[in-house]
Design a protein around this ligand. Sequence first.
Ligand SMILES: [Fe+2]
Length: 355
Amino acid sequence: MISQTLRPTSEIATTKTLDGSLAFVIEAKPDAADISRDDLLAWISENRTWLEEKLHRHGAILFRGFKSLSGADDFEAVMKVVCHKLLDYAGGTTPRSAVSGKIVSSTDAPAHLTIGLHQEMSYLEPSEDLPDPTPDKVAFFCEIEPGGGGQTPLCDMRLVLERLPQDLVTRFEDKGLILTRQLPATKEAGYEVTWPTMFGTSDRQEAEAFAVKRGWRLEWTEDGGVRVFQKPSPTTKRHRVTGEKVWFNQAHLLHKEYAPWKGDFLGPSADQKAVADRMRPAMAKRFFYQSTHADGSKIAIADLETIRKTIDETMTMFDWRAGDLLICDNKLVSHGRQPYTPPRKILAALAADDR
Ligand SMILES: [Fe+2]
């Protein structure tokens, strides 16, 4: 039952920015931590415009200390009030599993792997039907806080664009980007994304139909996998509301140079390294992402290194606490994942703004 009178923000929460993180934090005051979920949802609904302004200024908002938020159902309820339209993850590049409704696991990638910072689905190409195909918001909910590490680093991509050398930015804007993926039918390593997972179906005809809608070409490989040839995707982008320009692509991650099978993909022990060495040639053929410029020419590795260094130097992070709910503007801010010691359960949701 929603209360008749909404409590003012100052009675419910304190607001601040965390040291070392760009997120704007809305933390429950001790005597408001027990506010019911319905009352919290009503307060969020009433303050949507203010929350949107904070999100656009800071790039991310962290709700902390509200005891009525404890699981996937609470997370989904908040996101439906904030955004109205939650999205499916089909077309993505990271292994995930469905949790409930539109809520998914943030990633099923093995705990020892670092996931580089990225704006969700920034490699999707705009079309006439979908001029802005990437989610407006990506949100996370901490159901079980990590045993150690496991932060979700955040990076302001307005700053990254400002800090990148102008000649590199011009080169990318002039030459464009295109992504090719090789996806296996079944999973042999934890980091792999199978084509049935990516397309959300194990039916080849349905996968073909999905591809046609996106303008992708598919080539089925002898081992049951598929190669996906995409259309040119953005390099930079202007934010729909604020008009600010951001660096907006994942060439620094979706490239064979940085493929997971190049590193210790099974783990750091001598035994794991030895097995990984034996598996590597086969793994390299099964699953990869490769970015080139739009004309098919190679991207200079020096450029990719400059981008990775700039993002590393600009990123910020905070430690998760159980019940934390983080909403990121997916255009302004990129996110990643640090390696962790189990347990850790972070849920994710993607959302589109009202147009
Ligand atoms: Fe992500």
